[in-house]
Design a protein around this ligand. Structure first.
Ligand SMILES: Cc1cc2nc3c(=O)[nH]c(=O)nc-3n(C[C@H](O)[C@H](O)[C@H](O)COP(=O)(O)OP(=O)(O)OC[C@H]3O[C@@H](n4cnc5c(N)ncnc54)[C@H](O)[C@@H]3O)c2cc1C
Ligand code: FES
Length: 263
């Protein structure tokens, strides 16, 4: 059973909104109550002004939070009308969002080493988890994938957080190894003594990671993306097929036990 959504409406002000990679922006918003409440892996549902015909909010994870400054940092890819309008918001612009939504990551008790696997714009919630692992003194290795070097984000951030190793792969070989980051992830899982695997990115990538983790007998969580109309359990657009039936990603996820997901 999903627990009641802790999501509340928050007004926010844009602090900065800058391009950090090819088609990818970093948005810093000031929303002090949200910054005190949101947990790694949760998401916000953002209203973007500028299109009277568009009623839908945009679900977005966050990359980091500063509760003292009252700010939340979001990394997003421009893919359509909503994210394009978001990329045009300027410092000082205001709007509102609904959040925090859903459930975040659960690091298994006693975990000493974790493997993080992130692809494309799946990096932000995984980076957020890496901050939590670093703060808890849990060692972690990272496998990062992107289509091409220009779309790669987070490498320096994972290194700064003290990742034991960072394995970079690009589909075209323009940075790191040529290929998918599921390859080093499977190799590490076969060798390593991991207590936890966490993944976010394209669904086929997460399915492979989930299978490799299951084979190695390591608990694995995956943060799933779905279309979301309401973001608080009222519409069923975000359904995920699980071994326990259909579940809404906005309330029962977006982070799921990977064994529970029908990939
Ligand atoms: C829980 C959650 C967390 C997310 N976190 C991030 C994040 O941190 N950074 C980020 O860049 N993106 C994230 N997304 C995806 C983001 O919500 C979509 O890219 C965005 O809603 C697209 O809106 P748009 O109006 O620009 O595109 P549209 O014009 O609506 O659509 C453009 C393309 O994006 C696809 N799309 C639209 N909505 C979604 C969606 N909810 N999920 C997946 N694909 C979608 C459409 O099928 C279409 O191919 C997240 C999605 C979810 C559900
Ligand atoms: S988005 Fe409406 S129920 Fe999940």
């Amino acid at each position: 059973m999903p627990t009641p959504s802790p999501a509340r409406m928050h007004e926010f002000e844009v602090v900065s909104n800058e391009k950090i990679a090819d088609g990818i922006f970093s948005l810093v918003i000031s929303a002090p109550d949200l910054a005190r409440a949101i947990q790694p892996g949760q998401f916000v549902n953002v209203a973007v002004p500028g299109n009277a015909m568009s009623l839908l909010r945009i679900p977005l994870s966050f990359e980091s939070v500063d509760p003292e400054a009252g700010t939340v940092t979001i990394w997003y890819a421009v893919v359509g009308d909503g994210t394009n309008r978001l990329s045009q918001m300027q410092p000082g612009d205001r709007s509102d969002l609904l959040g925090p939504g859903g459930h975040g990551w659960t690091i298994p008790e006693g975990c000493k080493r974790a493997l993080l696997v992130a692809g494309g714009i799946g990096v932000p919630p995984v980076l957020c988890l890496a901050r939590e692992l670093a703060a808890a003194g849990v060692a972690f290795d990272v496998c990062l994938g992107a289509a091409t070097a220009g779309k790669l984000v987070g490498v320096a951030d994972f290194e700064r957080l003290g990742a034991a190793s960072v394995h970079v792969c690009t589909d075209d070989g323009s940075e790191g190894a040529c290929g998918f980051c599921t390859d080093p992830a499977s190799e590490l899982l076969a060798q390593g003594e991991y207590g936890y695997v966490a993944t976010c990115g394209p669904e086929p990538m997460m399915a492979k990671v989930a299978a490799a983790a299951a084979e190695a007998g390591v608990p694995c969580e995956a943060s799933l993306e779905r279309m979301m109309s309401c973001g608080f359990g009222a519409c069923a657009t975000c359904a995920v097929e699980t071994t326990g039936g259909m579940k809404g990603a906005c309330m029962c996820g977006p982070v799921f036990d990977a064994k529970e997901v029908v990939w």
